[in-house]
Design a binder for this molecule. Structure first.
Ligand code: HEM
Ligand code: HEM
Length: 490
């Protein structure tokens, strides 16, 4: 065949070449599309975070087309007749319009709100899975901090979001924020005036929260998500111990095509589940609360679940006040305002605390089984129990009415449970871990109990034990025992 007859590159190949010459996509792709992903069900939690974040951005952009972030007063004349003729802010009126007059508006609002609830739940569970398995250890401490910042920002992003519609519930939440700011000594009044642009509630807060909500915080969060994922690529994945898995390799399926297909499918699953929730379950029906008025307050007012623990801290505090040099310190609010961030900061700095206390400064790429780290597992369980108790405290009125109890009984029960239960949970969890370790040890040394009883020729009955497979033996023994840490020179 002469050279003239050779077929030239096809159109697709030419386009690909053109782009590759300018962007280097081919070499990048060749390197990263074969990136290996280990498999474990708990790794899916991160995908719930990622995809609900994507849903939040998509639905959020749709909402910006119709939402008016203004506190100018208007008289409502829309489709929701019970509020016809009522004076309200433009923000609230536009939320009613989104809910009743914009095509797909209510679905989008509910999708946005459900996605927010699931997003923070996803982050908390993803965080706890990394906590319990010790993946935050060197070299991933900074990625832990990136993740932690996402959680922290996510909570405030939610608070700013549900304050936007300017309904009676969100206004009650803002009054709470105002009270918390005012309790700060010396600068409290300035902080409140600065945030609200004058006396609470002022005319600016919705517009201010709007810029933070749709621009500043999502921008920082998107950058953090990218940095978080880049660091995962740089560090490579952690994995559970098992045959063939070491501190130096990663065993799993390649990104392309296996993982991409899985991740793509999972995106539609998360999107579908959220859409279903948004379609069938009402969330934040602002029309039934009415517009915010500073002289009114709604009963049964709750923040979204992820901030319930902060509310709980305030509700269980006695209304203590002291007067110093002619100034009143409202300890009943100030103490919770200090404890609330501390509870979160403890989680943020935990990797550094653990490394310092255990003296373990080595790199770790193999994950711990929680039972093999009884103290850490105990601390994690105790933290969750405190969080849940305070969450119940934040809904003490709901608990009291649902269980037909006096609100004082509920409040006192939570006051006692908040310090006591985490200690009990710590001790019990630690014991359970040690028990499970003994069970593992028993299985390694004597094999699995088969339940088959044999009678020996001399009449003795014994249970037949089946030795574990080599793979199982490896998995159960591939961990360090206390006292194995390498001593470092100070
Ligand atoms: C992590 C991200 C986000 C969270 C946790 C979040 C959370 C929320 C929540 C809970 C609400 C109240 C919804 C309701 O009315 O029931 C809200 C409202 C709103 N969000 Fe977001 N959001 C996020 C990101 C975004 C983004 C990226 C945008 C826009 C680009 C956006 C735009 C809006 C708008 C316009 C509203 C007011 C509309 C309304 O309440 O009906 N959000 N957000
Ligand atoms: C928007 C929220 C978040 C997204 C989209 C996200 C996503 C991811 C993804 C995709 C990974 C890869 C590997 C894996 O899960 O094993 C990862 C790893 C990690 N995440 Fe997150 N994450 C988020 C929030 C958080 C939070 C709140 C924390 C903890 C405070 C956290 C801590 C970590 C750590 C320590 C790793 C490294 C573990 C490893 O390499 O195995 N992340 N994250």
């Amino acid at each position: 065949m002469s050279t003239r007859e050779l077929p030239g590159p096809g159109r697709g190949e030419r386009v690909a070449d053109w782009f590759d010459g300018r962007l280097g996509i081919h070499s990048l792709g060749r390197k990263y599309l074969r990136k290996v992903f280990p498999d474990h069900w708990s790794f899916l939690l991160r995908e719930i975070c990622l995809y609900s974040f994507v849903v939040l951005i998509l639905t959020g952009v749709y909402l910006t087309f119709f939402f008016h972030p203004s506190m100018n007063e208007v008289t409502y004349h829309g489709s929701y007749l019970p509020l016809n003729g009522v004076r309200m802010s433009e923000a609230y009126a536009s939320t009613l319009e989104i809910s009743f007059d914009v095509r797909g508006g209510l679905l989008m609002r509910q999708l946005h709100h459900w996605a927010a609830l699931v997003f923070v739940a996803g982050m908390l569970t993803h965080m706890m899975r990394h906590f319990f398995t010790g993946s935050f250890r060197k070299p991933r401490e900074i990625n832990w901090l990136f993740g932690w910042s996402l959680l922290f920002l996510g909570m405030f992003e939610g608070l700013f979001g549900y304050s936007l519609p300017d309904d009676l519930l969100s206004g009650t939440g803002l009054r709470f924020v105002n009270g918390a700011l005012l309790s700060v000594p010396i600068v409290g009044t300035y902080l409140s005036m600065f945030l609200f642009g004058g006396e609470f509630p002022g005319d600016d807060i919705v517009a201010r929260f709007y810029s933070l909500h749709i621009l500043v915080i999502p921008g920082i969060m998107a950058a953090l998500v990218v940095a978080h994922l880049l660091l995962v690529v740089y560090h490579k994945h952690t994995q559970f111990a098992g045959p063939g898995r070491t501190e130096r390799n990663v065993v799993g399926a390649p990104f392309m095509p296996v993982y991409l297909a899985k991740a793509g499918g999972f995106f539609f699953l998360v999107f579908g589940a959220l859409a279903l929730m948004a379609a069938v379950a009402t969330v934040n029906p602002v029309w039934s609360y009415g517009p915010y008025r500073a002289d009114q307050v709604s009963t049964g007012a709750q923040p979204d679940w992820y901030l319930g623990f902060a509310e709980g801290l305030v509700r269980i505090m006695p209304g203590w006040e002291i007067t110093l040099w002619g100034h009143t310190l409202v300890l009943g609010v100030l103490i919770p305002v200090v404890v609330f961030p501390l509870l979160l900061v403890f989680i943020g700095v935990y990797p550094f605390l653990e490394a310092r206390i255990t003296g373990d400064r080595r790199e770790h790429h193999l994950l711990d089984r929680p039972r093999n780290r009884p103290v850490r597992t105990g601390i994690g369980a105790a933290w969750i129990s405190l969080y849940l108790i305070l969450l119940a405290g934040g809904g003490n009125d709901i608990v009291a009415t649902r269980l037909h109890l006096s609100i004082n009984t509920v409040t006192w029960a939570i006051r006692i449970a908040a310090p006591a239960v985490p200690v009990i949970v710590f001790v019990v969890t630690r014991r359970i871990c040690l028990g499970l370790q003994l069970r593992d040890r028993e299985r390694v040394l004597h094999g699995r109990e088969t339940g088959v009883i044999k009678r020996l020729p001399h009449g003795e009955y014994v249970e037949v034990h089946e030795p574990l497979s080599r793979a199982e033996l490896h998995t159960l023994t591939a961990h360090e025992r206390p006292g194995e840490l390498v001593e470092h020179e100070p």
